[in-house]
Ligand binder design. Sequence first.
Ligand SMILES: [Zn+2]
Length: 147
Amino acid sequence: MAFVLSARSLRRLTGVNPDLIAVVMRAINITPVDFTVLEGVRSGARQRWLFDHGKSKTLNSRHLTGHAVDLGVWRDGAVVWDWPDYRRLASAMKKAARCENVPLEWGGDWRHFKDGPHFQLPWAQYPAPGGPASAEASSPASTGASS
Ligand SMILES: [Zn+2]
């Protein structure tokens, strides 16, 4: 069974890196669970709010530069939050990434602050242009919680 991305999901991909969009577009065709795009590009103000409220561990999120998306598993007209669903979604995303030859990190693979809905392009292959993000990209400690 193939799913299609809703118009709302497509809108939320606006400004996201084209390589990451290609992975999402392929994943929707092969995923065993339907999903919706929760968030793509995020404003600095919103990131600050999430950080201040403990919902994100960084002010240097990949969402700020369009290098990350949050996907929600969609069932019976609502987003569901069960880990088994996100593992199935993540396998589809990883398979899609391999097909597109795009490196991909899943927040659910992080050892601390696991983030099931979060998928991002790695800092190493996709450094953000300018600013503190570039400095962090060159640090080996930069992997991990960047939701
Ligand atoms: Zn995220």
